[in-house]
Design a protein around this ligand. Structure first.
Ligand code: F3S
Length: 754
């Protein structure tokens, strides 16, 4: 489990030289974000200044973390890279596949039996390739990363959008798709558009009922769910240094809810305290030597408007507790306004459940402060009006709060302690009665509250707030309750006023744990067998995709001309298909089933040109593949927008699609197609989209001359024998053409040529 202090010292060892060089090239003082970016360039020492929001830059992250749902395909692919071990320290965390229903012990046993083959696979492949493996029940990826691996000034990527949580310890931690993780694990660079920078100046000090959570709830209210897109949010000011490190983690965690690339804070005493408390004094000693490089330059924070693309200022002394929702995390309501808002909008006022924990709010401080509210309710003889549940972020947290009597306090209120896992936060909540789809209200301290996210019921109104506010609201059972001004009525009919919450930032007796749930990898994994049953319907070893035969593609059939929006969800749907994320053949049965066929305006109904019959897209693709007939997909604008899911590129590749020709691509999907050995092409003339007909056969005329910057010519032969030659642009550079020639980027890595 030990963090890699040598790796960290190496990062710090080059930091001063690289940052000083960057400052010289950029010609002005630097933000913390820029210092971390410029000190993690793939090329090493900076040689040029980059334009924010414009330049694509190759980086060298220090670490990778994967959760169990996304790790499956990532590791199946990594196995093809032909490496003995991962190139950078990597961990896998089993947290998403565990349902919350009865309580931790039973729920964990059920998950261990239902997802045994997935956990066994992840465990064995981790063991083989030098990856740290965190077993089911050990905790939630981001909490464990904060407790064990995050370090100031570092850069990491993770296959989960809330990887950004590690910004609480002064990192740049960024959520990515599996394909990016595979690249970094395989020793390749990682590309990112140099982000824009949003500065958030925090003045004053949190007090009373206000918590770090309220900072991000306020920021989300200001910036909305899209306001952070393409930007890093950097927090600074006395309000930031006055706050706990784990509170900073909560703020960074929910940066994902405003679409930010990531968020971060400068190195300070709160981080020193947290690192020391989590047994990492070594990092403090190393970080202190380069402390000036682990925070923004003083001039930047003195005149932020000059250096950030946007600046927001929040006075923590005046900030009110917020309750955000329902259905979106950026709908912010200060607690004093909730009554009027809730009544005006007809939101159900009765609260059914309060939930705390998750990767967002699982700190000792969070638990202690929420427990201080419960303690008061118990002391005053108040029977809570709503049910209450916790999913602790890690076994270390759970064990420590149990030792310190905090769990016992919660249990006095009949609280259910679920497994140290995502549970209700990812919809893994078997909530009794949710299937009746009744209108109801819940409050939680998680991060997301989109429709159906917690319990699958589209009528559950979920509100996000701090753990202490969740406790107060759940006790009152009333969404309009304002603990700052209102009284509760105890079981004797007396009025009771709750005092503001209090709690230690860190446990006085230190953290403790008996079995953290970590499995260290084998020192030499070469003889470790990877466990995949050939009869499994959830996992399937991948076979390498075929290399290009060096010839023009001829006789290809049009599989689908997609009309309008075609996101990665249209190409590879989520929901029930998540189960097959580790089984390419099975998950390919969802390929493009959400895309609308331009000829009949229907989804998942395309013509099989061999039989003339209409069928589902995957069925037609399989028919062409079986007949040895290549196929191509045509699409509209921004094809493949949405997530970075690599399945959306792997499935067509697997089902014999050779090229995707569209008006424009979402960039990540375009890159994913390239990595999987597909041709990602755009119409040189957009109007040519209209020339493509349902019965077309396609011949490539000059693929044999595939070269950077040179458009390709495709001949579309129509049913009546007439032809259109269409020019297709592409953005392949030399090395990406190498991926195509080899059959995939991984094939090239495996051949030792990348
Ligand atoms: Fe898990 Fe929810 Fe965090 S799904 S990783 S607890 S956002």
């Amino acid at each position: 489990m030990a963090f890699d202090i040598e790796m960290i010292k190496k990062v710090y060892g080059t930091m001063a030289e690289r940052v000083d060089k960057a400052r010289e090239l950029v010609g002005r003082p630097l933000t913390l974000s820029e210092k971390i970016l410029y000190s993690h360039l793939w090329e090493g020492n900076p040689t040029q200044a980059f334009s924010r929001g414009k330049d694509y830059v190759d980086f060298a992250p220090d670490r990778v973390a994967c959760q169990d749902a996304t790790a499956q395909m990532a590791l199946l692919q990594f196995m093809h890279a032909g490496k003995k071990t991962v190139a950078v320290p990597t961990t896998v965390h089993c947290d998403h596949l565990i349902q919350a229903k009865v309580g931790a012990t039973t729920d964990l046993a059920v998950a261990n039996s239902q997802s045994k083959e997935v956990f066994d696979f992840l465990s064995s492949v981790s063991n083989k390739y030098g990856i740290g493996f965190w077993k089911p029940g050990s905790g939630i990826i981001h909490q464990i990363v904060l407790e064990n691996y995050a370090f100031p000034g570092g850069m990491m990527i993770g296959t989960d959008s809330h990887t950004v949580n590690a910004g609480g310890l002064g990192m740049l931690a960024i959520g990515v798709g599996g394909a990016d993780a595979v690249d970094v694990m395989s020793g390749m660079s990682w590309e990112l558009k140099f982000p824009k920078l949003i500065g958030v100046k925090l003045t004053g000090k949190l007090n009373g009922w206000t918590a770090p959570k309220d900072v991000i709830l306020k920021v989300a209210d200001i910036l909305t769910v899209k306001g952070g897109t393409g930007a890093i949010v950097e927090y600074f000011g006395e309000g930031a240094t006055n706050m706990s490190c784990t509170g900073k983690g909560t703020i960074c965690n929910m940066g994902a809810e405003i679409g930010a690339t990531t968020s971060t804070f400068g190195y300070d005493d709160s981080m020193r305290r947290y690192l020391a408390a989590t047994d990492r004094q070594d990092i403090v000693d190393a970080a202190d030597k380069v402390a000036d490089y682990l925070t923004g330059d003083a001039e930047v924070y003195a005149n932020p408007e000059k250096y950030f693309d946007q600046v927001i200022e929040i006075n923590l002394s005046e900030l009110e507790p917020h309750i955000n929702g329902p259905f979106t995390p950026d709908r912010g309501t200060p607690v004093s306004k909730m009554k009027a808002e809730a009544v005006a909008n007809g939101w159900p006022l009765k609260i059914e459940w309060g939930l705390i924990g998750s990767c967002t709010n699982s700190s000792y401080e969070d638990m202690a402060r929420a427990a201080s509210i419960v303690e008061q309710a118990v002391a005053h003889g108040i029977t809570p009006k709503a049910e209450f549940g916790i999913n602790p972020g890690s076994e270390q947290i759970r064990y420590t709060i149990e030792r310190d009597g905090i769990i016992a306090t919660f249990e006095k209120m009949g609280t259910k302690v679920f497994t140290n896992a995502c549970g209700p936060c990812i919809g893994q909540w078997d909530r009794a009665g949710a299937d009746k789809q009744e209108k109801n209200t819940i409050v939680h301290s998680f991060n997301r509250n989109f429709s159906k996210r917690a319990d699958g019921n589209p009528n559950t109104h979920a509100f996000v707030t701090s753990p202490e506010m969740v406790a107060a609201l759940a006790i009152s059972g009333d969404l309009t309750f304002n603990p700052i001004t209102d009284f509760l009525i105890n079981d004797n009919g007396e009025e009771v006023k709750l005092n503001p919450p209090h709690g230690d930032e860190l446990p006085k007796r230190g953290f403790d744990v008996e079995d953290a749930g970590f499995q260290a990898p084998a020192v030499d994994g070469s003889n470790v067998q990877v466990a995949v049953s050939p009869t499994s319907d959830r996992l399937q070893l991948l076979a390498p995709f075929d290399a290009w035969d060096g010839k023009n593609i001829t006789g290809a059939k049009l599989l689908i001309k997609a009309f309008g929006k075609c996101t990665t969800d249209h190409i590879s749907m989520a929901g029930p298909w998540l189960r097959f994320r580790g089984h390419l053949d099975n998950i390919s049965n969802n390929m493009l089933i959400g895309a609308v066929n331009a000829y009949n305006q229907e989804a998942n109904k395309v013509k099989n040109q061999i039989t003339g019959a209409y069928d589902a897209v995957p069925a037609v693709a399989r028919a062409y593949k079986a007949a040895g007939v290549p196929s191509i997909v045509v699409g509209d604008h921004n094809y493949g927008e949405g997530s970075s899911r690599e399945h959306a590129a792997m499935e067509p590749r697997f089902l014999g699609v050779k090229a995707v020709l569209v008006k424009s691509f979402a960039r990540i999907h375009e890159t994913n197609l390239k990595k999987q050995g597909m041709l990602a092409l755009t119409f040189a003339n957009e109007a040519d989209y209209d020339k493509i007909q349902e019965n077309d056969t396609i011949n490539f005329l000059d693929l044999t001359e595939f070269a950077p910057g040179k458009p390709l010519s495709l001949e579309f032969v129509h049913a009546d024998g007439s032809k259109d030659v269409i020019l297709a642009n592409h953005t392949y550079n030399d090395s990406q053409i190498g991926w195509y020639v080899a059959g995939s980027a991984l094939n090239l890595i495996a051949a030792g040529k990348a």
